[in-house]
Design a protein around this ligand. Sequence first.
Ligand code: CO
Length: 501
Amino acid sequence: MTERTIGVTELALRDAHQSLMATRMATEDMVGACAAIDRAGYWSAECWGGATFDSCIRFLNEDPWERLRTFKKLLPNTRTQMLLRGQNLLGYRHYADDVVDRFVEKAAINGMDVFRVFDALNDPRNLERAIKAVQKSGKHAQGTICYTISPVHDIDNYVRLARQLRDMGVDSIALKDMAALLKPQPAADIVAAIKQEMPDMTVAVHCHSTTGVTLVSLWRAVESGADLIDTAISSMSLGPGHNPTESFQEVLEGTGYKADLDKEALHEIRDHFAEVRPRYAKFESKFTVDTDIFESQIPGGMLSNLESQLVAQGAGDKVVEVLKEVPKVRAASGYPPLVTPTSQIVGTQAVFNVLMGEWKTMTGEFADMVLGYYGKTEGETDPMVIEKAAKQTGKEKIDVRPADLIPNEWDNLRAEAEKLEGFDGTDEDVLTYALFPTVAPVFFKNRKNGPQNVSQSVEELEAERLLAAGDSGSGTVRIPITYDVTIGDKTHTVSVKPAEK
Ligand code: CO
């Protein structure tokens, strides 16, 4: 019997440290594993995008473009892969199409091979431009379906999304389960349904391990026809991270499928990260398996943040109420998947509803979301909520693609960047500035000092996070979000941080 080979994407260089240690791993702690990663036989190595770009300039004083070039050089035989937030790129707002085009072009030139493109609302209009740009650059465009659970999300719905992605001409489709909600049976059903309709489409499955059930889900996905599976080397796995690469390979033994990875190379990668991981211990959360999320639908990161914020503000008795409010807010806004930035937007609105009365005050972000400025949700938005949002903000509900309202902005961004001390004149630097307009100027100025060894206490880390919360840039998408809520004479600070993995 010939065994069918399943391609494996190694997550150690991006999502694993984003999920386990607040995206803090420095390039110098990853380069030592690259030779082994390159000869292990992975289909790809995810190594860029997501929160790494932000982390590089905000915390590590590293040039993210240099990091990409380094990985490309050290991984000559392995596809490099990144996570891209559609029209938001790696920033926190929608960008004009000319910026999207330039970003993708530059990422491709600097060494990116596979672009996994997703949108928090699963609105295909927010993916289309980035996917076109990837195709234009001759690289691999992977369209993404964010998995969530709600009364309006069923298999037909996911297949319809897959069809829309196929019609855009994507090279593959990823089913992305950022909250470890994807149980084995739905994993099998969704992959089988997509494969039935488009047998030649390459299907990738990305799961976190938070709930403890997803190694089985990966297996069921393989059995149902999935071609590519995401895992992380064992010493960088489990908890809020991902299933271990070595375990996945062993699971396949004798099944007619194989991962075909070089075990000796895997050992080397494992040992490397086992050695460097303790350096980042202060960024790791104490974590046990969490299955409550199946009931609450609230991602772990979002939950602990809501709780600690409410407790810190003397409103700890409101936690249960807020948790009950979250599903209501989600229903009223058309069941967005809870991923950055929608998890923060929904969570913060739930806090507002509990502290100030239902729909008495809306956050600007929540109002924008229900008015269509992030795109369209799968479910219907409550008309009463739309009306209140319009009244409060003076904005109209829109039905067009949000970026259609943004005029080309490249020339302006370049002109602004050119005024900055330390700006090096490249398009890459303009993009860094475009993505993080508050942090980039500081980074440009300090860049010559080289990578910093970030050594912080938990208090310093929290202070930094609050500072980061103030850096919302311009436009509609903002994370993390911090609000001051005054009730009587007491001011509560409510901050909701990213839960996206
Ligand atoms: Co992830």
